[in-house]
Structures are given as structure tokens and as C-alpha cells.
Design a protein around this ligand. Structure first.
Ligand code: PEP
Length: 249
């Protein structure tokens, strides 16, 4: 039985204004209570980070950004830095989500973002995962291995407490098609094995993401190498997200 504490994080993507986030977070805090059996986080858009952090002050629910720039300041229109995220009251950031990679975030940037965000004091949830073509070609392991080695290029063993990795097959994100528990377990075990070249694999939390719902969450998170979930669509309603949190316990 693993001693790793599960983490359930909700990625809102481009949903919810500040006032909507405040309302959601107040409702979620009531549903989740003071002592959930898992770590819990919401990942609002940048414009709702502060409202979310304010609404969740005093609750065990953390706030993470959906991305972070690798530089501390400068001519980067539209981006925000680790220090700006921390100043909102947020404690972490997703890095390397497939939707960000599709918008142009490169492997080199992702590796620098992981390093910079950890140095600044953020918890990083590094995302990786293969496309359907890659899976059909039997290249999932090689793809995920390359993504993780690249993203952890500047990471050292002492960064373990600031790092979580989410395995998110692109073909399962927002499609309603979930990886089977066996597929999720196999891929999360690969993630752990490759990350263990750099950090303590036994201590590393590896999440599954891709159409997680209240109906499938318990079985996915019961897999030995699945330490929680990164949830998109089902994290947008307090009741369904709280049900997934409950399934992690
Ligand atoms: C995600 O955005 O990381 C995600 C897993 O989305 P969904 O749960 O909607 O597939």
C-alpha cells in the first residue's frame, strides 16, 4: 500500500470569471470540508487566481495556475511569471499541458518553466501524454520517456517535494474516452520509472488525467501507480469535482 497522499486537481481551462470562481470555490470548500482524504487543488484561469485564493483561504484546497512563464519579467506580452502567480495566493502551476504544447510551448521552454517555477516556490504539476497516432504506433513508452527526460533536464533529486507528474493521453482529454484502468496503470508506471532516474520514484505522485468522472474515478485511482487525478470537464461543477475527491480517499 503506497504512502503517497493522493492529489486531485481540477483544470478549469478557459472557464469562469473571477466572480464565478469565487462562487464555485465557496461551494467546493463546503462540500470538501476541512479534512479531505486527498490533497485538492483548482486551476483557474489567471484572471480568477486571486478570487479563488481569497475564497479558499482557510480551507485545505490549493490554487494552481494553468501555466507559468520561464522568465521572471520582461517583454512577454500575455504571459505571467512565478512571482505573479505566488502574489495571487496560488501555490502551484501546471506546466506542459497538451493544450499549451499544441499552442506552441516547446520542450525547452517546459524544462525551463519547471526549473524556474520550483525555484520560485511553486508546486509544479508537469503534464505529459501521447496522441492517438503515437499510441496506435506502439510508441507510447518512447514518447512519454522522451517528454519526461526532457522536462526534468534541470531538475535534481531535492526537487521531489515540489514536483507532481500527470499522465494525460491526448486522445482521452475532453473526448469522453477514458484510458482503461490497465492503460492508466501501465503508463503511470512508465512515468514513475523514468522520473526515478532523477527523483525518488517511490515518493513521486503520478496522476492520471483524461475524461475522469465521478463514475470512473475510483477505479482509475485505485491502480497502484495512480496517485490521483487531473480533471478537466468534471471539475467545473462543485458536486462532480467533490465526488471525484471523495473517490480518492
Ligand atoms: C485536462 O484538461 O487536463 C483534462 C484531463 O480534461 P478532461 O478531464 O476534460 O478530459
Amino acid at each position: 500500500m503506497s504512502t503517497r497522499r493522493p492529489l486531485v486537481a481540477g483544470n478549469w481551462k478557459m472557464h469562469k470569471t473571477g466572480p464565478e470562481a469565487r462562487e464555485f470555490c465557496t461551494a467546493l470548500a463546503g462540500l470538501v470540508g476541512d479534512a479531505p482524504a486527498a490533497d485538492v487543488a483548482v486551476c483557474p484561469p489567471y484572471t480568477a487566481l486571486e478570487a479563488s485564493a481569497e475564497a479558499l483561504a482557510g480551507s485545505p484546497i490549493a490554487v494552481y495556475a494553468q501555466n507559468v512563464h520561464e522568465n521572471e519579467k520582461g517583454a512577454h506580452t500575455g504571459d505571467i511569471s512565478s512571482a505573479m502567480i505566488l502574489a495571487t495566493g496560488a501555490q502551484g502551476a501546471l506546466v506542459g499541458h497538451s493544450e499549451r504544447r499544441a499552442e506552441g510551448d516547446t520542450d525547452g521552454q517546459i524544462a525551463l518553466r519547471v526549473r524556474n517555477a520550483i525555484d520560485a516556490g511553486l508546486l509544479v504539476v508537469l503534464c505529459c501524454g501521447e496522441s492517438l497516432d503515437t499510441r496506435k504506433a506502439g510508441e507510447t513508452e518512447a514518447w512519454v520517456t522522451r517528454q519526461i527526460r526532457s522536462a526534468l533536464e534541470h531538475v535534481t533529486a531535492s526537487d521531489i517535494t515540489s514536483l507532481v507528474i500527470a499522465y494525460e493521453p491526448i486522445w482521452a482529454i475532453g473526448t469522453g474516452e477514458t484510458a482503461s484502468p490497465v492503460q492508466a496503470q501501465e503508463a503511470c508506471a512508465i512515468v514513475r520509472r523514468v522520473a526515478a532516474e532523477t527523483v525518488d520514484g517511490e515518493a513521486l505522485r503520478v496522476l492520471y488525467g483524461g475524461s475522469v468522472s465521478p463514475a470512473n474515478a475510483a477505479e482509475l485511482m485505485a491502480q497502484p501507480d495512480v496517485d490521483g487525478a487531473l480533471v478537466g470537464g468534471a471539475s467545473l461543477e462543485p458536486e462532480s469535482f467533490a465526488a471525484i475527491v471523495a473517490a480518492a480517499g
